[in-house]
Design a protein around this ligand. Structure first.
Ligand code: ADP
Ligand code: MG
Length: 257
């Protein structure tokens, strides 16, 4: 690992809790999809979540911004407990950004409009200010020149960087990523990971479902392994990869590395 990569591990983590999940359980109908999940995320932590397909990774992060409801236990995000109270949901959604595998940009809106829609309509930011903020983040993800194009005119890697910029325009305190590079051609993966690395270096609290183990090694301060709806083990990346504890983790790593 390069010196620079090792330095990234020393990024600031504060004592403040960003996310606290306690004995959380979720069912889809009869199917018990998340079982007794416990997890504490400090502000500034960068957590990679991995595990086999169907293990509940997406469901877990979707519960954190209430795209899915849990049925038992507790989730507290930035001091707000997730309950059926709509005010809480709005507050949490505005503080938690999410980036999906399939970008989810609005195809009929320009890149700039994609980035200003929520700030204008949800946050009531004046249009001009929203556009300035959007251009700031489009420069940050290195595609300001695409602002007036439509998503369909951009490559997958560019679209995913727009999706990241769009999230950042809401000034989130926590970013959730659900396999942000798994729909991309190999040559575009790096440009998206580089954007995410930059965010990490700026101290963003990040939870990232990914099988990009190079990213995990370089940026994560903790890797969480899930299987069958449970957190099976978690560790700092060096130990996690060098010295996996459970047979399930060993098997998983042998399949992806
Ligand atoms: P992962 O992201 O780790 O692949 P998911 O969280 O997407 O796993 O899914 C976990 C399990 O829950 C899978 O068995 C999946 O089929 C099931 N599942 C996911 N979403 C739904 C849903 N909306 N309704 C019913 N079952 C679902
Ligand atoms: Mg998933």
């Amino acid at each position: 690992m390069s010196e620079q990569a090792i330095d990234r591990r020393k990024l600031q983590v504060s004592d403040e809790v960003a996310i606290q999940i306690t004995n959380m359980n979720k069912w889809y109908g009869q199917f018990h999809v998340l079982r007794d999940v416990n997890m504490t995320v400090q502000r500034g932590e960068r957590i990679v979540i991995c595990g086999p397909s169907g293990s509940g990774k997406s469901t877990l992060i979707r519960c954190i911004n209430r795209l899915e409801e849990h049925q038992a236990g507790q989730i507290i995000v930035d001091g707000t407990e997730l309950t059926s109270d709509l005010k809480n949901i709005d507050k949490v959604r505005s503080e938690v950004g999410m980036v999906f595998q399939h970008f989810n940009l609005f195809p009929h809106l320009t890149i700039l409009e994609n980035c200003t829609l929520a700030p204008i309509w949800v946050r009531k930011v004046p249009k001009k200010e929203a556009e300035e903020t959007a251009m700031h983040y489009l420069r940050k993800v290195k595609i300001p020149e695409q602002a007036h194009k439509y998503p369909g005119m951009l490559s997958g890697g560019q679209q995913q960087r727009v999706a990241i910029a769009r999230s950042l325009c809401m000034k989130p305190r926590i970013m959730l990523f659900d396999e942000p590079t798994s729909a991309l051609d190999p040559e575009m993966i790096k440009e998206v990971l580089d954007t995410m690395i930059e965010l990490a270096e700026e101290g963003m609290t990040m939870l990232c479902v990914t099988h990009e183990m190079g990213f995990a090694q370089a940026v994560a301060n903790r890797v969480v392994f899930m299987d069958q709806g449970q957190i099976v083990e978690q560790n700092e990346p060096g130990e996690f990869f060098r010295n996996p504890q459970s047979e399930r983790t060993k098997l998983f790593l042998s399949q992806i590395l």
